[in-house]
Ligand binder design. Sequence first.
Ligand SMILES: [Zn+2]
Length: 837
Amino acid sequence: MNNRNFLRAVCALTLSIPFLVSEVSFAQEASPAPATPTVNKAELHQALLDLTNSYTVMCVAAHPDDEDGTTLTVLRRKHGVHTVSLFSTFGEGGQNAVGPELYEELGVIRTQETIKASQIQGSEPFFLGMKDFGFSKSADETFKVWGHDEALRRMVLRIRELRPDAIITNHDTTRGHGHHQATGQLIIEAFDAAADPKRFPEQLNQLKTWQTQRLFVRAFGSPTGPQPDRSSAADKILAVDPNEIDPVRGTSFAEQALVALQQHASQGPWPKSIEELLRMRRIETGKLPLIRYRLLREARGAPSLPADATTPFAGLEPSEVTEAVAANFGPPKIDGRPLTEFVDQPDRVLASLIDWRASQTLSDTVLEEVHRLRLREDRVNRALGIASGVSLTLTARRAALVPGVNTTFSISISNSGARGVQVDGLRFYGLGENLPVKAADNLLPDTETTVTVDRTTPKTATLTVPKEAHLYDELFLGIKLTAFAELEIDGARFTLNAPLNAEVAPAVEIKRISPSPYVWTPATLGRKWAFKLDLINHSETPFSGLAQISTGNNLVWIDEQIRLKPNEPSKVQLGFNDPFPSRELAADQRNAKLAEVAIIASGSRETITARRVPAVYVNARVKSRLRVGYIASFDETLKNSLAGLGVDAKELMVDNVKNADLSAYQTIIIDNRGYEAHPELVAANSRLLDFVNAGGTLIVFYHKDNEWNPDPKKNRPQLAPYPISLGGERVTVETAPIKFTQPRHPLLNFPNRIGPADFKNWVQERGLYYPKVWDSHYTTLFTTNDPGEAPLTGGLLVAQYGKGNYIYTSMVWYRQLRAGVPGAYRMFANMISHGHK
Ligand SMILES: [Zn+2]
């Protein structure tokens, strides 16, 4: 196969898109490149290092932030390994330390955080898309939701696609979160199943089986105590030094990995520096311990792991085919030394790459191991692009593609190098098309050429918004468009790809409707329903039309005129009369469980987009004329819930707690993790306890043990009036039975009589970080537990303090209020009314 055919073969592999050639309109302009960028030495070094390593290492993790970012960083930045990470879930069941988003919206955020972290680690992330349904305690509980065989099928598929030589994971089969245990178990099974033609044979129509050579599981030692022993005959240990300084970037690999970890901001707070990390882990040596992995599985006949292994592929011998790859494509050298030693002389590097590339031949044997070839080819192209100073970009003139509307795309080839580049071909892939694009044939040094492509997004194109509705099909990341260039410099041919992920959205998008769900109660019956809409007009012209609300029985309740500027987010308020102004109508929701908000274009009366809002009528009463203050943490749950209950409520800032006259309130609520969200609240806490002492009711939602328990290092005293010490226990089964131990307690009887029905239809879990020890002043009201575990009694603690009342509750009321669970509204109404008969 000659060079040109070889290139075409590889290109066809890289972009296996059906070939549909059609006419393309283009405009072209040649202009001087904006500035001559100096070659980024770290980038060039990485590209050259990548040519020296043909291994792929996969890190398998249950959730975003469970990956071993340090080892991934070392493997790519020090060794040039192709590193991929594979996540079982998008992490949507977790908490959010920085914003209001939960569930699928959080999954979108955590995936984006993972993409940013991966860029720093130099790895590529992939997701199995299993549902993150929140904390679970066992692999069995996890598999009940995931389906064991489906999860295994997906993992085997990814292994067969990505073909890792070694797999590492932080998860074993027995410790921690059930998702971690399940992932630890799956990877052991998948290691064998991916190589077995009898397992998931339907995958073998497209793919081949794959035998990974080694599987490693993290051997966690104590930070300062004994470490897994590599001298023990039973354990084969791989050890990675995170403290090593990366000579190219001047920081340690651990520091780089910490910056990657910090990208998972929703799961923070993270240590700000390695020094802080060392302090937190009480390490006084100034060095992080070695990262150790135990060899758990190896392929039959795999060479044994050397005793001093520092990489997962240490001692692996290249297969016959890989040897052929190496023989044909062994990395270029200058005077027998690797090119990475010459990054200060980019001209010599480029000349060497050009000579080497022009002399490459390809034997048929090599095509057998086509995945290594494809990876190598990608890396050669990248090295030539960086060394030559030639780059390709694809941009769209609009932020979102709108079905039926034309978009102008720009493809630019910039030559900031010293040699001329010949453009042999340019193509645009996307929107179901593969178009040849005409560009300049030759690009002199220091010039740039830009061509534009006008395409109409098909009317039938699938929308990628709202993003949270497209978590599991991964369309929330946008549709993929690519510009592809075939180039030649002094006889060396190479290709460049410029990807663009584009959102596909309706002409007017409803970004958010608040509140959702809409909850109303006896106190708010007959009041106006009010919604806030966040809209964005994706057109290039102003939009004029109607916002319309209808209910499940198709009655339209409002037609509000709206005008939106092009490409600009806008907020619109809609209010309309309660469509169910009597108790009977409200309680009979058979036809009214949803309100639909639609945006209608003027003139055509065409519905541009519509979104639905659940509407829930709850028979929850509050003591009348209550004045409530609340300290919100991350979202508007408290605000919306109190509004639904018809309570006169005001959001308090920490300054208000410090300075305002708190006797204006009868009840104050601290949202979940409020002391973490507002660290200054700790110093103002005595004001809140004085408020209770004087007759107020203070309600504190759940906190994590390390955010709550007294800690002199953090100047944090006991925060409750009588001691409460939190542990890490949870009740994760949302249907776990509730046993009432004080059924006559006022909290369970006024104003609403609480019974077992109020704990029905809960979401995700019952509670977390349950109190472990508490003072005898507290009364407990009910117990609950996960199957097979001892009852936990401290889910809600209530005590009189002075003339007032203090309530600490580790149950997840906020998730239930947010989901519109009626019983949670009734119990919440009792909590805020408590002590105010
Ligand atoms: Zn996790």
